[in-house]
Design a protein around this ligand. Structure first.
Ligand code: CA
Length: 239
């Protein structure tokens, strides 16, 4: 059981109650707020541990709420999961670029929703989740290692010959496994390494990166219309 507080910003009572049911069952305490303006006031007053934010709200939209939260020092780091309808890829991309942490699309499976919530809260509670101090990362049960200082990637112990751009992209995706990065965010992450990249160019680099990574290449998921994500697969999670 947990005492963590989740605010559900959702104007459709049936959906809000359904979300609440599943979230409460996991031991989180919840509060439902039906519009963006009230949500913003409440969140600033008593910051929760996480916010489930519907994008299509009367009055202030979910995107505007998210932007306002990211604008202010006190709420900048609050985890936000957007709740969107299918076909709102442009909004999802916009939300991720504003700084939302993740998203689920309606209708969602309760299992997926809870997994996303846990994933974010687990990462937040880990000491030193500021990756800027890390100089090396080990993923996928040791199969993949990235040494930032030496600019070296090893797969199954063997050095993997990546271009500087591919290295940066992989490093960026590995920085937050399980989270989607938009093409634009990926472009920003390699900024300064190479000439201006287009979204299409990112696709080409990813294709090459996947090929060089062999069977681990499949761990880079394409999220259609949104971007790319490093799959959270690990051997001990394999069922
Ligand atoms: Ca709505």
């Amino acid at each position: 059981m947990t005492n963590q507080q989740i605010i559900i910003v959702e104007d459709e009572p049936e959906i809000a109650e359904l979300i609440e049911l599943h979230v409460k069952r996991e031991g989180y305490s919840t509060q439902i707020i039906g519009n963006g303006n009230d949500a913003l006031v409440k969140i600033k007053e008593t910051p929760p541990d996480l916010i489930l934010l519907d994008l299509m709200l009367p009055g202030m939209s979910g995107l505007e709420v998210c932007r306002a939260l990211r604008w202010e020092e006190a709420t900048r780091e609050l985890p936000v999961i957007m709740v969107t309808a299918r076909g709102e890829e442009a909004d999802i991309v916009a939300g991720l670029e504003i700084g939302a942490d993740d998203y689920v699309t309606k209708p969602f499976s309760p299992r997926v929703l809870i997994a996303r919530i846990r994933n974010i809260l687990r990462r937040r509670s880990k000491p030193g989740h500021d990756h800027s101090v890390d100089t090396s990362q080990i993923l996928f049960g040791g199969r993949l290692s990235i040494d930032t200082d030496r600019h070296e990637v090893r797969i199954d112990g063997k050095s993997c010959d990546l271009t500087v751009t591919e290295f940066r992209i992989l490093q960026y995706l590995c920085d937050r496994p399980g989270f989607v990065r938009t093409r634009h965010q990926i472009i920003q992450s390699v900024h300064g390494v190479t000439a201006v990249l287009s979204p299409r160019t990112i696709d080409v680099h990813i294709t090459s990166l996947r090929r060089k990574m062999g069977d681990l290449g499949k761990c880079i998921d394409t999220i259609r219309g949104v971007g790319y994500r490093l799959d959270e697969w690990s051997p001990d999670e394999e069922e």
